[in-house]
Design a protein around this ligand. Structure first.
Ligand SMILES: [Zn+2]
Length: 268
């Protein structure tokens, strides 16, 4: 059983535009990335999950403007199903961000995704702490994009050092760091984050990190805090699935990573 903890989809009316725009950003960044695995619709995501043998997925929408958060969270609620779990989104500059977190909870969404690059903040800025604390109080896990991002190649907004400071400041929050703690910052992940009370997802790492380093981080950090994830459509889920399958993990370790940790976090 596989639960992909990090996927993206958009409302049908904007999917093609969103994918084209993000695809161009990726091309301009010079990162070696495959063409997107879907054109961004929920239907196509579900079809691809079937093709790749993925049982469930978590969709992570992001409000890139304060005015978008309500519409996005209503959409997330609408598309949520047994198979597709959804996180909600708040924008740190929205005046009603804390109230919207309460609404996210009451809509039954499973957590909150924050994206420092797309929402214009550094992960350890004080102004984010009320949001982190509110999520902790509501029992909503927080996923942060961590490490390098195609849209901000010269400035990392969530480094492993920043994440370590956040963990110290708000230890009561359930924090998930995407891209194994920091996209292309894995030496610093080993230095500042491994072993700490934080989940790391495997989104977009296959082929970018060496198998040796991935296995070392999984083992040293603890496979009870690693989440199988792909960042679909930016990687097809089958890429990270093949990584989990080829690493010499024990059956228990593989089960933890592929679905058990996700089930616990999602309350399944
Ligand atoms: Zn992503």
């Amino acid at each position: 059983m596989y639960i992909d903890f990090h996927t993206h989809a958009f409302a049908d009316a904007i999917a093609e535009r969103a994918i084209s725009k993000l695809e161009n950003t990726l091309i301009e960044s010079g990162l070696d990335s495959p063409p997107p695995a879907t054109r961004g619709t929920v239907r196509e995501l579900a079809e691809k999950l079937d093709e790749w043998g993925i049982d469930k997925a978590v969709i992570l929408p992001i409000a890139t403007k304060p005015s978008q958060q309500t519409v996005i969270n209503n959409w997330a609620k609408e598309i949520q199903s047994d198979r597709l779990c959804c996180f909600g989104s708040v924008h740190p500059e929205a005046e009603d961000a804390l109230e919207e977190l309460e609404r996210i909870k009451s809509l039954g969404l499973k957590g909150v995704k924050l994206h420092p690059d797309y929402q214009g903040f550094y992960a350890d800025e004080e102004r984010l702490f009320p949001i982190y604390r509110k999520c902790a109080e509501l029992g909503l896990p927080v996923i942060l994009h961590a490490g390098l991002d195609a849209m901000s190649m010269d400035c990392i907004h969530c480094t492993p050092q920043m994440s370590a400071r956040v963990l110290e400041a708000v230890p009561e929050m359930t924090l998930i760091l995407a891209h194994l703690g920091g996209n292309f910052c894995w030496n610093d992940v080993e230095k500042y984050l491994v072993g700490k009370n934080v989940y790391l997802d495997t989104a977009y790492i296959e082929g970018n990190i060496s198998d040796e380093q991935a296995l070392r981080i999984f083992r040293n950090h603890g496979t009870d805090k690693i989440l199988f994830a792909s960042d679909c459509p930016w990687h097809p889920s089958c890429r990270e699935r093949s990584l989990i399958e080829r690493l010499p993990l024990t059956e228990t370790e593989r089960e933890n990573i592929s679905h058990k940790n996700a089930e616990r976090l999602l309350g399944l």
